[in-house]
Design a protein around this ligand. Sequence first.
Ligand SMILES: [Zn+2]
Ligand SMILES: [Zn+2]
Length: 424
Amino acid sequence: MSLAATSISPPESSAALIRCHDCDLLQALPPPQEGTVACARCGSGLVTIKPDRLERAFVLYLTALLLLIIANSFPFLTMKVQGLVQSSHLLSGAIDLFGQGMWEISIAVILFVFVVPLIKIVTGLLVVGPLAYGRSFRGAESLYRLFDRLHPWAMTEIFLLGVLVAYTKLVDLATVELGPSLFAFLGLIVAMIAADSTVDPHQVWERLHAAPRVPPPPPALRRRLVGCHTCQLTVELPELPQDTETHCPRCGSPLHRRKPDSLARTAALLITAALLYIPANIYPVMTLSALGSGAPSTIIGGVMELIEANMWPLALIVFVASILVPMLKLISMSWLVISAHRGSPWRLRDRTLIYRLNELVGRWSMVDVFVVTILVALVQLGSLANIVPGPGILAFAGVVVLTMLAALGFDPRLLWDRAGANST
Ligand SMILES: [Zn+2]
Ligand SMILES: [Zn+2]
């Protein structure tokens, strides 16, 4: 169900005000009612009201925590070939990569697959648990802010797709057994997705610290109202200096009228990512040495192998995640930066939607990094077969992380500002 947000003019009775995080339109929230409230101008979801199920979320986060512990305690995958047995744990590949000098990838995988999900689950538990029983504690706001920030960097479901791709690559060559940790990991993903979809962050913020309901402000005051990017509280700034740092009274995040130096920073990240995109595709991401001869494999080579093995659906997924998405992301983000800089009024709503898609799908490109990590851990069979990582994977991980940072650093409100849509 989708409800249109109420525009603030003409003045109505008291209501909670909200500024759209994507286009900055100031609007009054309608009375709480189940469903999603979309921005009246750009269509972004502002608030989703869900039935009160914090207790269920608490139980789900607790389940996720237990499953994360189990997922790290037993074998994840075991490969058997010609009497040789190689077992791997969830993080074996990341630890092996560290030993092979690829510490950057090693740290990234450990962070995205274990540390960030762990912190996310624990902060979710600590905030949602007490709230479910009508309590909260000092510091809960800071914890929930951390929860919000970490959200895009928890990549368990992408790692699982990596497992599927790695399994498909190996299953013709050897017997691959699924270990108990893999099933726990699967359960962990289900529990985390269910927990995240049970709670709406806006409702959690409202419970921690309800936004005041105020009458619609006069036009002169509206310019002073700034929306917090983390908790969406509308805060009145005392004056109008550009880029002066003040903090949100509810969640403590820095408040900016706009993200500082957004266009320059995003452009710098995109240029670096575009430069890295070249070695990422030229150099091999891994080399399989079987019986003394080596076969280097690039990203596109990996897709071709899947096609040759008639794994069309998987080949398509890897092609989209590893080749199409990074390329489209580089092109579309560059276009957004240039069009914002030029103040183009063309299709503002569609360009905002493209920004949202970029933010949403970019992280899935990490799948190839995870595939290499899993294969490096499993295929260590001495002179029979070995997989070593190649320099391409380091460059590719750099492309994914830099384009994610570029999307997070871009301020879509600038599209609307520069086109003259935010004059009040
Ligand atoms: Zn909007
Ligand atoms: Zn805030």
